[in-house]
Ligand binder design. Sequence first.
Ligand SMILES: Nc1ncnc2c1ncn2[C@@H]1O[C@H](COP(=O)(O)OP(=O)(O)OP(=O)(O)O)[C@@H](O)[C@H]1O
Length: 217
Amino acid sequence: MLLDDVWLDHDGVDALRGVSVAVQPGALTVVAGPNGSGKSTLLAVLAGLLVPRRGSVSLPHPASTALVVQRSDVPDRLPLTVHDAVTMGRWARAGLFGRLRAGDRRIVEESIAAVGLTGFEGRPLRALSGGQRQRAFLAQGLAQRADLLLLDEPTTGLDAGTRDVVVGLLALEKARGATVVCVSHDDAVLGAADRTIRLDEGRFLVGDSRAGPHHTF
Ligand SMILES: Nc1ncnc2c1ncn2[C@@H]1O[C@H](COP(=O)(O)OP(=O)(O)OP(=O)(O)O)[C@@H](O)[C@H]1O
């Protein structure tokens, strides 16, 4: 997956200024950088939600993509239960009018269990704590079993134990074969990264790689 000289603005405000990065398949790439440096915008470009005004984005093969947004991006009053929200993660596989099969229902249950929300299935999202809501959105992302999993600060507001669970889940997604790209400031997430992309004021600042100095971004 390659971004080449990507420029993108929000209503005239430059958010990405000539960013060129390669995302390695099957790796955990963490995108870091100060507030407003363009991290969420980069994620939205990778998700195909925003189209650059200049530059190109190429996917090596058609991929299913799941995006786990920050809980603050989702209205608190959304009339959904935990089970509804996670089940939505299977819709793309079942088709809008398709029926969920037993396998889909099992994946929904497993995803809810993985984030520690078993017992909360019937609870409306608005009746969850901020951290629990964040975990429900993560479960929705896991339920998609996507080739490309994109996450925007998934550990924000989580306690240390739950944060470690999330880091473990990212490793499991990778082990399943997914390519994982995660925006995060969290040292625990950064510590688990195979590669780190650092942005500053919409520019690609530096890329670190566990694979060694020969790999460039
Ligand atoms: N909808 C929008 N309208 C106008 N400007 C926007 C919009 N969304 C983002 N921006 C601007 O684009 C730039 C990049 O924003 P972005 O949200 O990608 O940064 P970020 O690194 O994810 O920030 P944070 O760490 O605070 O989440 C910032 O200057 C921001 O003010």
